[in-house]
Design a protein around this ligand. Sequence first.
Ligand SMILES: Nc1ncnc2c1ncn2[C@@H]1O[C@H](COP(=O)(O)OP(=O)(O)OP(=O)(O)O)[C@@H](O)[C@H]1O
Ligand SMILES: [Mg+2]
Length: 367
Amino acid sequence: MQLRDFRTYARAEAHLGQGLTVVHGPNGAGKSNLLEALYFGCTARSPRTHNERELVRFGAQAARVVVKIADGSQEHELSVGFGALADGSRATKRMTADGAPVERLLDVPDRPLMSVFMPDRLELLKGAPTLRRAHLDQFVAAIWPARAQVRREYSRVLAQRNALLSRIRHGRASQATLSTWDRELAGKALALRDLRSDAVALLAPGFTERGAQLGCSGELTLEYRPRSGACDEEEFVAELQQRLPGDLERGFSGHGPHRDELAILRDGRELRVYGSQGEQRLALLALLLGERAVLAAERRRTPVMLLDDVMSELDSDRRELLARELSLSGQSVIATTDLGHVPGAGDAAVTRLRVSPGAILQEALAA
Ligand SMILES: Nc1ncnc2c1ncn2[C@@H]1O[C@H](COP(=O)(O)OP(=O)(O)OP(=O)(O)O)[C@@H](O)[C@H]1O
Ligand SMILES: [Mg+2]
């Protein structure tokens, strides 16, 4: 990976190992920045912020990350730049895959899949259902890229139905026009529900298993709870019609997969409500590791796992369990202030990068 004017880094370069890479350095050294850069270089998004201006090094014009990928005998190069051109034009994002400009890096078939653990991500367990729905939909898109459009189509039709509801409410359209949209919405809603349900069926056993492996007290389970119990489009349309008075009153649709819940439970109780910080952290790890196993099986691609600040919060037994699980397959990158927190960090099989503000020192590169 090569960085240019990305956060604390003016120019820097790092090589990741084939297995575990440990990034270490004191607080504020640039560890999270390095993980963020890798994610940005592979997805053109930051896992930390929506405001990409923050990524540009203070005083610089544009940030750029280049990631070179060696996949068996194939080599690929992804690049993402963000910022203004020298002529002072408005800041934009530019992406290339193997030198050719692309609209969306997420659609590039050879890009590595990424999975991120950072303390902020505990919101996924603690926060509103919308975060879990979005996460589940991203997982669906990662397993079945060709079906990623189902979610977008559902949102589009839902927005159109909502606009119509609002016009009817204000007396500017008649209810008769709704039925076409209801049928259209029903088709998309059931397709989305079925994809989510299939994805959760694939993920749930591995999630429970990883929870047990990580030494979570109590059994972790994952449950998809769709709003609609409809068996076919007709039944879904009937459900919509039943709720029409409420929809008209509010001016938007209150029924459908945009209201579903992905419940994350420990011994049958919602972790969101009853879980301790440590339990929530282990559940998030179990979820990400479970997803990684599903993607490895379904797509023959193991996501690169980025783990920021996870070890310091785990007890030593659980650190061992996590390090062992990560060493089994794929690439992972762990950021830590203290090498002693990562079991086996000194092993020959582990790549080590020491960071200090603005610099990355490649201490070891494991093949
Ligand atoms: N756009 C930017 N340009 C220059 N420096 C930046 C920029 N954005 C953030 N920084 C600096 O980066 C530093 C934080 O780096 P980072 O979050 O990677 O630290 P860290 O090594 O993960 O530390 P910790 O162990 O505390 O998590 C801060 O000092 C911050 O001021
Ligand atoms: Mg950090």
